[in-house]
Design a protein. Structure first.
Length: 180
């Protein structure tokens, strides 16, 4: 397994579809209704096979330098995922997406994973800016951005469609020059 150790407990790993699909699917499936309020893709992951297909696509996108999707590990257990959802070459920026299984939330894991991914982005991917878009009502995700010293750039009106309803999102950014 190729991993990036962030601290004693938290690391990021390149996904292994055959090994990682079932635990990831179970984290999503066990609390599907909760995730649906924040994540538009939840309804598309309907089986372990579907998760395997998704993880294979992640590896292809990684190989083609389109995105970086990583498993978040906490004390050696799969806790969720984090990603650079696309690299924009014109302005050297990328946006981060992340999710954690409910048992792993509110322990600083998402904050540590976000900080680690920013470190990779600024040091290894030549990024100048990292962006987080978080639903204004997703207080936990907005707190991750704050704890990682992201700047609130503004509110994007009706920016994401979830369950047939458009939601406003906060746009957060962190510049390489600001990263600590």
């Amino acid at each position: 397994m190729f991993t990036y150790q962030i601290n004693h407990d938290v690391s990021l790993a390149i996904p292994n579809p055959r090994r990682d699909a079932e635990p990831l699917f179970n984290l999503i499936n066990n609390n599907r209704d909760w995730y649906k309020q924040w994540l538009p893709w939840v309804d598309y992951i309907k089986s372990v096979t579907g998760e395997i297909i998704y993880l294979h696509r992640c590896l292809v996108d990684f190989a083609n330098e389109r995105s970086l999707n990583a498993i978040i590990m906490d004390k050696g257990k799969i806790a969720g995922m984090i990603s650079f959802n696309g690299f924009r070459q014109l302005d050297h920026s990328a946006d981060i997406g992340y999710w954690l299984g409910l048992p792993y939330q509110h322990h600083g894991i998402a904050t540590n994973a976000t900080h680690g991914l920013c470190q990779l982005g600024f040091n290894d991917y030549n990024l100048n800016k990292v962006i987080i878009n978080a639903s204004v009502d997703n207080h936990a995700s907005n707190e991750v951005a704050k704890r990682c010293s992201f700047h609130l750039d503004g509110r994007l009106r009706a920016n994401e469609l979830l369950n047939g309803i458009y939601h406003d999102e906060n746009r957060w950014s962190l510049l390489k020059a600001e990263f600590k």
